[in-house]
Design a protein around this ligand. Structure first.
Ligand SMILES: [Zn+2]
Length: 144
């Protein structure tokens, strides 16, 4: 497992393993699952913020919406994610009674709106690089 070559791939893998604390848990399959989830976590959060900016949302409806976008996210992932957004001050929740059942509704906060707007600019930029311009060269032709 110890590869002294400082290739980009190894650096990213080691970084993620350390970030996720998976050295203790071990297991290649688990690592790969978490690796993929980390990649899409930010996109899922942006979807949640976007929908909360348009209407009050609750977990189950958001889960269906994410499935519509091709993200299979269970309650064990989505609820902590939404709680996290509330802890960060980007969402605000309240308990509502509907058809005899209580459900937690989330609305976006002013800080959440600002974060969404900043993210929108960054997503636009990524989109341009992905689809229109291609990635910028990191090293000049001359090597200088
Ligand atoms: Zn959506």
């Amino acid at each position: 497992m110890t590869d002294p070559k400082p290739s980009a791939g190894n650096f990213i893998s080691n970084f993620d393993i350390n970030q996720a604390g998976l050295v203790r848990d071990g297991g290649i399959v688990k690592f790969q699952m978490n690796h993929k989830r980390e990649l899409f976590d930010g996109l899922i959060r942006l979807h949640v913020l976007l929908h909360a900016a348009h209407e009050p949302i609750f977990g189950l409806a958001m889960m269906h919406e994410l499935a519509h976008h091709g993200y299979r996210v269970g309650p064990g992932t989505l609820y902590p994610l939404m709680h996290g957004l509330e802890r960060a001050g980007l969402l605000k929740s309240s308990l509502q009674r509907a058809e005899g059942r209580r459900r937690r509704l989330y609305r976006i906060t002013p800080a959440g709106k600002r974060a969404l707007e900043k993210a929108r600019v960054k997503v636009d930029e990524l989109h341009r690089e992905l689809h229109e311009e291609g990635p910028r060269r990191l090293v000049s032709e001359s090597g200088a």
